[in-house]
Design a protein. Sequence first.
Length: 342
Amino acid sequence: MNYRKTANVLGLLVLIAIVVPFVIYAVPGVIGAEYSFVVLTGSMAPAIDPGDVVIVGETEPTTIESGDVITFVRDGADTPVTHRVVGVADAGGELAFETKGDANSEVDAGVVPAGNVLGVVVLTIPYLGYVIQMTNSTAGFLLLVVVPIVLFVASELWALFQSARRGGGETRSATDSDAADGVPLESEAVADDERALDSSDAATTSDGTPTGPAEGNDAITLSASDLVLSSAILALTVPYVAYVAFELRTALSISVAVAAALSLLAVGGLWLSARRGAPTPRPQAEIDSSDDLDGVDSSRRDGDVLAAGGPPGGEETFEAFVPATEGIDAATDGGDGAEVGR
């Protein structure tokens, strides 16, 4: 059993369980709702306690019945109220509702006109309101938002650095091995591909009209300079959006700050990956010496001794040797038992 893989899966599930409630609170639309509120009082206990979060969805007032929990605003009040409907009434020809808190002994004074109803509570998230209220303080924002983001960014940068360092060593080793075995470098193959693309782009028809690049090629190519420029822009943007999120402390500003930080990590990772994949060129002296040996016959490089004083295959090579004989009589040349004069 792979315990490491199991632990990673469990950790991912826990992370999702922690993040999802905050996503729903920040964007109620993900579950088809419109509003989210933190409950401040215990008038609806034990069904809804202080510190809980209620997610409210708009609905037609005519579909609201007794027993539904609705969120509404009172005339002249800014803070919404969440109470249970205990009766449906008719106030001057307009639909209205009688409400009461579960923990209250009396029905609310006055009826709630249908126009004041924001919607029906569709979901209650316990205790989430305490965390949200804590983020509204400076210490809570730093502890719950800034510190986790900084730790996450630092861990990702460290992982990218380690990966780039390991990948750089492997690339250099592979390049040196290929060079020793006579395998063409990757840069040479890339150069050949670029020349092929250039010739394809410059292709002409039979009547001499340039055809231009191949149609339907919508690929987007990012160069190293593009990635560096994007990283620089994001590096300047992240501190600004982080400051805005710290000042406003809204779900939108925090989401923008997190998205900017993740984008910076993504672009930085692409740039490091591009650097890691780039081949390490051989020194010029090594390439020149290798090219010089290419003109020498392989049998000679494998151990034949060349005479000093001339290049391989030149006439001076043979002039350096002393002839074995000074002369041979023409009459006896090629005969058996011929005497050689010395």
